[in-house]
Write a protein that binds this ligand. Structure first.
Ligand code: PLP
Length: 394
């Protein structure tokens, strides 16, 4: 039987990138004691009061079919949140509630990209981007960012990569894996490029609430002139430690949302009302646990950078946001892949090879800040021990 071409386009874009993590999980299941720094899954529990809403709303009968765009309270909450963050009125008709950022990305790409269209993205990039682009028939065009310049995307580099086939830019700030956060000025310059070449901006803002030090999050959606070409995708997965709730959304112009709605209706026809109630509660309220979680990521990042300071052959710089630190292992002479494999084999520490996030991640390993400081400090000792035992490249 003949399969559709989407299966070929996506073959090889699945679990290969997670090989080191999967090997770590296999060894942990066999009883070995490992430090896992591989997956971006918050270690903190979901705030109890949010879980209580799920429970009580389910018992109150909120398990029937929900509105396909999203339930009223949730849309009101999103409208209030984005009206506040952008400083202009964002209506309830500018959102679709979806199961996580990942589904929102899928919908955004399906609605904007046709077979053979090119999609730009900073390289390194989040591991599923190639897949969502390929699923839509698009071609990924990685735009290199300089590790020695904090992995910041430059508007001029973006413009050089544009061809007549370029249709969209997939932006991610704060970035997974690099921790780079784009300033308002850079976003404005990128916006100029996208306006000049009439490109969509798909803005993955899943780490928007996680910036550190004096860094301020900025979104192209904040700029009125860019609203009609910007599609924001986000969720509560990271901000509220709710990855398994699959509570995410699209935010865009009313026209885009009207056009994309039949696509999501064909796919899902609504989400779970009791989860939408919990999401509405999460969006409308303030949680000390969420503040504490954000502070803990920042403390852990600082502990990691301090723990590797002065180590031979490796270095790490403080991320501006997100949940990850890129450790530069280029001076060891090993690829990120080989370093991550040796680190697992010799030191029982599980990281992600930088190459899993594109060629731009070469010579790095990505560390997730999802274990406590004691384990971070122990991991630093082991990473430094391995790096100092390796030959320095000339
Ligand atoms: C950059 C980025 N985008 C999207 C996602 C997927 O998020 P969600 O769990 O909300 O689908 C992740 C998850 O790690 C991510 O890091």
């Amino acid at each position: 039987m003949k399969l559709a071409s989407i299966t070929q386009r996506l073959s090889g874009l699945g679990s290969d990138k997670w090989a080191v993590h999967i090997e770590g999980k296999r060894r942990a299941a066999a009883g070995e004691d490992l430090i896992f720094l591989s997956i971006g899954e918050p270690d903190a529990p979901t705030p109890t009061s949010i879980m209580d809403v799920v429970n009580s709303r389910m018992r109150a009968g909120r398990y029937k079919y929900a509105a396909s765009r999203g339930e009223c309270d949730l849309l009101d909450g999103l409208s209030a949140q984005y009206t506040k963050s952008t400083g202009r009125q964002i209506s309830t008709q500018q959102f679709i509630f979806l199961p996580g950022t990942q589904t929102a990305l899928f919908v955004a790409l399906q609605a904007t990209v046709e077979l053979g269209d090119e999609v730009l993205m900073a390289d390194p990039y989040y591991a599923t981007y190639e897949g969502v682009i390929a699923a839509a028939g698009g071609i990924s065009v990685p735009v290199g960012v300089d590790p020695d310049n904090g992995f910041h995307l430059k508007a001029a580099d973006l413009e050089r990569a544009i061809t007549p086939k370029t249709r969209a830019l997939l932006l991610n700030t704060p970035s997974n894996p690099t921790g780079a956060v784009l300033t308002r000025e850079t976003i404005a310059q990128i916006g100029d490029v996208c306006e000049r070449h009439d490109l969509w901006i798909i803005s993955d803002e899943v780490y928007a609430t996680m910036t550190y030090g004096n860094t301020v999050f900025a979104s192209p959606f904040d700029e009125p002139r860019l609203e009609k070409r910007t599609i924001v995708v986000s969720s509560l997965s990271k901000s509220h430690a709710m990855p398994g709730f699959r509570c995410g959304w699209l935010a865009a112009s009313e026209d885009f949302i009207e056009a994309a709605l039949p696509l999501t209706e064909t796919m899902l026809f609504g989400s779970q009302a009791f989860l939408e109630d919990a999401a509405a509660f999460a969006i409308a309220n303030h949680f000390p646990e969420v503040d504490a979680m954000k502070q803990s990521y920042e403390r852990r990042a600082r502990a990691l950078v301090a723990g590797l300071k002065g180590a031979k052959n490796i270095s790490a710089r403080m991320p501006e946001g997100g949940m990850f630190v890129m450790v530069d292992v280029r001076k060891t002479g090993l690829s990120g892949e080989d370093f991550a494999r040796k680190l697992l084999a010799n030191e029982n520490v599980v990281t992600m090879p930088g190459e899993s996030f594109g060629a731009g991640g070469a010579g790095h390993v990505r560390v997730a800040l999802t274990v406590d400081e004691t384990q971070i400090i122990e991991a630093c000792k082991r990473i430094a021990r391995l790096a100092s035992a390796l030959q320095t490249s000339p």
